[in-house]
Design a protein around this ligand. Structure first.
Ligand code: A3P
Length: 270
């Protein structure tokens, strides 16, 4: 990703049937990419079963991950995935052209997932221990900056966009309801059989065993599989196994200061 490229994407011509999946990292991005590609292929993935998730729903800001894809010449309907902040996405989205799906996850689990991801992400700057990473995460010295700013930016500008908010924890609690919500937002009707297939193929177990859906076949210079799996645990509340009581109190205080005025509730454990 280069700054020039991101700048150029601000002027991307948005089409009415474009769908942009946007997340802060570690919030359920690949999961929702999988859900979207399953829904749009009606669960059967006609032909798409041999295609990587990153190709089915290509990155807006990382063209190099898709053989330098030119978004302008892609056929409709297009789907995109992005970690960009609200201020950096194509401007035309603000005219309610196209659709945005924003997925968020409770930030304590995001932090835990991010901490482990640094182990396998070859290009990531590693933290020597969690205490170090805790500070780094709060300071926004990680890819995509501060979680608080990312979520706040999208949430407070929600009226500018044709946007659906999803929460990772709701997906864990009831995936079928989430799939239905997405279908209704996209104006797609699935019969019961197709719905069953989407829910099954988007389960943690199925995705963990499908190298096309779980990044296992990402190039070794990006992901070092010997050090861990991208599909790590897929749970709510795993932060409790890492954060100290003091860190938790600090986090709660900062969360309250930065997000307390928003009507945003998170499920911290199940
Ligand atoms: P953990 O590290 O907590 O296990 P992203 O794709 O945004 O980077 O998010 C990765 C996180 O989503 C990882 O969390 C991964 O295990 C989880 N995830 C991916 N697919 C999932 C699924 N089908 N069900 C539950 N969690 C999933």
């Amino acid at each position: 990703m280069t700054l020039e490229f991101v700048e150029s994407m601000k002027n991307l011509k948005v089409r009415n049937d474009d769908v942009f999946l946007v997340t802060y990292p570690k919030s359920g991005t690949i999961w929702t990419q999988q859900i979207l590609s399953l829904i749009t292929s009606e669960g059967h993935r006609n032909g798409t079963e041999k295609i990587n998730t990153n190709e089915r729903v290509p990155w807006l800001e990382f063209p190099q991950l898709n053989e330098n894809i030119d978004h302008n010449s892609r056929p409709s309907p297009r789907m995109f995935v992005s970690h960009l902040s609200e201020a950096f996405v194509p401007r035309e989205l603000k005219n309610k052209k196209g659709k945005v799906i924003y997925v968020m996850r409770n930030p304590k689990d995001v932090m835990k997932s991010f901490y482990h991801f640094q182990d396998i992400a070859v290009l990531a700057e590693k933290s020597p221990n969690f205490d170090h990473f805790f500070e780094k995460f709060l300071d926004g010295e990680v890819y995509a900056g501060k979680w608080f700013d990312h979520v706040r930016g999208w949430y407070t500008h929600k009226n500018d966009y044709n946007i659906l908010f999803l929460k990772y924890e709701d997906m864990i609690k009831d995936l079928r309801s989430t799939v239905k919500k997405v279908c209704s937002f996209l104006g797609i009707k699935l019969d019961d059989e197709a719905m069953d297939i989407v829910v099954k193929k988007a389960s943690f177990k199925e995705m963990k065993n499908d190298p096309l859906a779980n990044k296992d076949n990402m190039p070794e210079d990006l992901i070092d599989k010997k050090l861990g799996s991208f599909m790590r645990k897929g749970q709510v509340g795993d932060w409790k196994n890492l954060m100290t009581v003091a860190q938790n109190e600090t986090f709660d205080k900062i969360f309250q200061e930065k997000m307390g005025d928003l009507s945003l509730n998170f499920t911290w454990q199940i």
